[in-house]
Write a protein that binds this ligand. Structure first.
Ligand code: NAD
Ligand code: DAU
Length: 339
């Protein structure tokens, strides 16, 4: 196949491209990525091949999308503004990319007559703390943040295009991913890098919020299955094997880094914070997928990757992210380095 992978220079997209080219030696991939603060060309170094083409461009730009889609058999849309905290500060960018950008891609895929696979999130189902159960694909959409509302908007457009125009469009909804090359604004890399640097680890509220952690390699394998076997107009949940409180995750990272719990700062909670996410992946498991990497194994290899690849994260910790960190957390990064 020849795939158009939008947002392929980000965390999950770059892991997907690398794995896909390895597992499917006949495939060609065109990556279309705007290279926002979250996207980096270096993320695709491990995937370099004459079967990979990189185009810098915006999914909202129909001309760029039409050029990139030419000759492709399917589009996989990873491109998004992806960080909940930033969506609370600047929601407009999320609506523009995650809703309008998704529309532009859907329209181009419809015109080209090819499959559109939308990468979405468990956050569209909202808070599941009131129930023991897990979200299924027919649970109502009830997003809490501007990020999750924008992703829900994208999902609704996918359904509308399938129903109204007969587009071959479908959705995967994943729980919290972790692994190599995730931007340190997200909880796990943030805590690993702060622990390694001697900085404090910021935990929102009491840290008892529950997330359903999914190793990025398991998610990439799931995307392959849905791309190949998923039904038009349907959504497929991809949940991780473990539900953990944030505080358990943070304590495990401290243990791996060799520190103690005085390094944790309990700080003001995120507004509208969802207390629990939980996905049922039964529909996807019926197609043959199963998560293979448990959190306790996955966090060790993830910790080792960040520890062993400072050349990847040092430019981030000394760039725009420094200013973001100071303005969001009210603390300088690196303030604890002489501790
Ligand atoms: P990320 O922020 O690491 O990467 C997003 C990528 O999209 C970046 O390379 C960025 O440059 C690119 N991008 C942003 N706006 C663009 C635009 N207008 N045009 C072209 N490219 C643009 O995000 P991620 O964590 O890799 O998430 C990828 C996708 O998976 C997103 O759609 C996200 O909503 C979804 N998702 C993420 C998780 C998770 O835990 N990280 C879980 C479920 C779903
Ligand atoms: O659930 C899937 C979603 O997971 C994806 O759709 C999003 O793109 C992705 O960013 C992620 O969203 P979360 O908000 O769950 O991830 P984050 O890493 O920001 O936060 C994980 C949990 O940790 C959440 O309960 C908030 C908490 N947290 C986060 C940060 C950044 C803290 O306690 N302190 C922090 O400094």
């Amino acid at each position: 196949m020849k795939l158009l992978v939008t947002g392929g220079a980000g965390f999950i997209g770059s892991n997907f491209v690398e794995r896909r080219l390895e597992v499917h030696p006949e495939d060609h991939i065109v990556v279309l990525d705007k290279l926002t603060y979250a996207g980096r060309r270096e993320n695709l170094e491990g995937a370099a091949s004459d079967r990979l083409e990189f185009v810098q461009g915006d999914i909202r730009d129909r001309t760029a999308v039409s050029a990139a889609i030419t000759g492709c058999d399917a589009v996989i849309n990873f491109a998004a503004e992806s960080h909940v905290d930033r969506s609370i500060e600047t929601p407009g960018e999320f609506i523009e990319t995650d809703v309008f950008g998704t529309y532009v891609l859907l329209d181009a895929a419809r015109e080209a007559g090819i499959r559109h696979l939308q990468i979405s999130t468990d956050e569209v189902y909202g808070d599941f703390s009131g129930t023991e159960g897990s979200a299924t694909e027919s649970s109502p959409l009830d997003p809490s943040s501007p990020y999750s509302a924008s992703k829900a908007g994208g999902d609704l457009l996918v359904g509308a295009f399938a129903r109204t125009y007969g587009s071959d469009a479908l959705i995967v909804r994943a729980s919290n991913n972790y692994g190599a090359r995730q931007h340190p604004e997200k909880l796990i890399p943030l805590c690993i890098l702060n622990a390694l640097a001697g900085d404090q680890l910021p935990v929102y509220g009491d840290g008892k919020q529950v997330r359903n952690w999914l190793n990025v390699q398991d998610f990439c394998a799931a995307i392959d299955v849905v791309l190949e076997c998923g039904a038009t107009g349907e959504a497929y949940n991809v949940g991780g094997p473990d539900e953990l409180e944030n505080i358990e995750v943070v304590k495990r990272i401290i243990e791996l880094a060799g520190g103690d719990e005085s390094r944790i700062d309990f700080i003001e909670d995120r507004p509208g914070h969802d207390l629990r996410y939980s996905l049922s992946s039964a529909r996807l498991e019926a197609l043959g997928w199963k998560a293979e990497i448990g959190f306790h194994e996955g966090i060790e290899s993830t910790f080792a990757w960040y520890r062993d690849n400072p050349q990847w994260w040092e430019p981030i910790r000394s760039g725009e992210y420094r200013d973001y960190y100071l303005s969001h957390y009210g603390q300088e990064l690196g303030a604890g380095s002489d501790r």
